[in-house]
Design a protein around this ligand. Structure first.
Ligand code: GUN
Ligand code: FE
Length: 523
């Protein structure tokens, strides 16, 4: 089991559902029990009297007295303390043993939530030419996905895809796999073994004429049956690890409930017959499953939906009609929605996965995120690999900021009412979408995405460089590359967040935990 752990330092998160309202808890202790649940957060924000350890003892004793934590915490030798405090230029710093030559500033943040990623497309990251959605699917995507019928190839691809996601600080990912049950189940197994919180979607696509004959479900019935096979497999993951003997396959830590769940995944409306969509809606209802799909990404796609479903009022109405628009649905892209569609999405409580890197890469359009937020719709971020070229939600957050500025510029030029500056997303808002917004989209708002007693410890330790007093640059960066974020002194938290969002990358993500378990560490 993970050890009970005390995290000390600075904690940055969004305690409310207002995207601009971040909070920084400085010099705090967060107590996480062996089950990975936050059991106590110290309230003191001033340095404890009598030194580090004495202060910690005081916090611990008062938590025990208040009944917040058990007596087992009283024995200091059992504490594993993770240092999230700053490290001085000479190394050491408060409580740190590190020998870094640069000054480092550290903070904990909630793990990133990737609300939309195609693990199966990972080998194509960066490759999209000048295609747009429908020809991109035929040229790049279907040939790659169909090759994952080979379980050995799938294992290789999925091992890499999940590792890249964890390395980028993503503690929860909602994955698309392919149509193949065995390969999709391999993705579920890999996420489970690596310890990521994950939703696993076997991709449904049974419509002849739209899908290629070499890569589609044979019928609506076979699509539903194959989806059920993956749902059953995912539900069995936790149970199987229970029966595994220590040293066999899954380790002791994995005995608890599986963090991997199945998600019902119609690829997008055009790829499915009405029978398939109806069957998936019924399955989601019967088995109480979340749903993910694409909506209104590209104008040709929207036109195609109109032609294929002439009886339905709109793209959103197709999903609604088949029971696929629920408060457990995540809709990727949502760029070209009408106001009527926004209203029904809000009424059903479905969330939107904003995928700005993908939208720019395959020139799908500029998603008006502010108008979705104003409509009261939950919004999170998706990498949408490989429509998007990066597995990093930090990169998606950066692009969300950039795209909102391009849109603001266009709106201002058009003299659009409500356009202009209000359309722009500030870095702290992008960070909200990357964490709390994603948790809300995926129905995890009572589990992860912020630091509060009762929440699970899905977190990352961020470290950025504080430029030396002398301004001198390090010449040897090989073993200790600080990345591109540089603090020059005097930056407030708004500027620190901005620098992290716009200049940060995997090098700043030092440690990553899911439900208290360390799942990535950058040495
Ligand atoms: N619409 C249908 N399939 C896909 C896909 O694989 N990626 C993206 N971005 N959109 C889609
Ligand atoms: Fe996608």
């Amino acid at each position: 089991m993970p050890h009970p752990t005390i995290y000390h330092g600075t904690f940055l998160h969004h305690p409310s559902t207002k995207p601009s309202a971040y909070e920084v808890l400085e010099d705090r202790y967060i107590f996480v029990d062996e089950g990975g649940v936050i059991v106590g957060i110290s309230s003191s924000s001033s340095p404890p009297e009598g030194g580090e350890l004495e202060g910690l003892r005081k916090h611990t004793e008062s938590f025990i007295q208040e009944g917040k934590i058990g007596k087992e915490w009283a024995d200091p030798v059992k504490w594993l303390i993770v240092n999230g405090t700053d490290i001085g230029e000479e190394g050491g710093g408060r409580g740190g043993k590190h020998s870094g030559r640069r000054g480092k500033v550290r903070w904990f943040a909630p793990g990133f939530i990737d609300t939309h990623i195609h693990a199966s497309q990972f080998p194509n990251a960066g490759v999209f030419g000048n295609s747009t959605l429908l020809d991109w699917l035929r040229t790049y995507t279907f040939p790659l996905e169909s090759s994952l019928a080979d379980p050995a190839k799938a294992r290789k691809v999925y091992n890499r895809a999940v590792a890249a996601s964890l390395r980028a600080g993503t503690t929860t990912a909602s994955y698309y796999a392919t149509i193949h049950v065995d390969s999709t189940n391999i993705l579920a197994e890999i996420a489970h073994e690596k310890g990521q919180r994950a939703f696993i979607g076997r991709c449904n696509m049974d419509r002849e004429g739209i899908n290629e004959d070499y890569y589609r479900d044979a019928s609506a019935d076979s699509a539903i049956a194959d989806t059920i096979a993956t749902v059953d497999f995912c539900e069995g993951l936790g149970r199987r690890s229970d029966s595994a003997k220590p040293g066999q396959g899954l380790d002791e830590d994995r005995k608890s409930e599986s963090l991997v769940k199945a998600i019902v995944t119609p690829r997008f409306a055009p790829s499915c017959t009405p029978e398939c969509l109806a069957g998936l809606g019924a399955l989601a209802r019967e088995r109480n499953l979340p749903i993910q799909t694409h909506i209104s990404e590209n104008t040709d796609e929207c036109k195609l939906v109109g032609e294929l479903f002439p009886d339905r009022k709109s793209y959103a109405d197709v999903y609604d009609h088949f029971g696929l628009l629920t408060d457990n649905t995540v809709l990727a892209h949502a760029i070209h929605l009408t106001n009527e569609e926004k209203t029904v999405i809000k009424e059903r409580g479905a969330g939107v996965s904003h995928c700005p890197v993908s939208n720019s890469s395959i020139s799908s359009g500029l998603c008006p995120v502010r108008s979705l937020l104003d409509a009261g719709i939950e919004v999170g971020l998706g990498t949408d690999v490989s429509g998007g070229y990066s597995s990093s939600i930090l990169t998606a957050a950066r692009e969300a900021g950039m795209v909102s500025r391009i849109l603001a510029g266009l709106e201002a030029r058009q003299g659009k009412e409500g356009g202009g500056d209000r359309t722009k997303l500030m870095p702290e808002e992008c960070l909200y979408l990357a964490t709390r917004g994603g948790a809300r989209c995926l129905g995890l708002d009572e589990k992860v995405g912020r630091f509060e007693v009762g929440m699970e410890w899905d977190a990352q330790l961020v470290e950025v460089e504080m430029v030396k007093e002398t301004g001198e640059e390090e010449t040897e960066l090989v073993d200790d590359d600080p990345g591109l974020v540089q603090l020059w002194g005097g930056e407030g938290w708004g500027d620190r967040i901005a620098k992290w969002v716009f200049c940060g990358d995997d090098r700043n993500t030092k440690m990553v935990w899911v439900k208290g378990r360390l799942v990535h560490e950058r040495k």
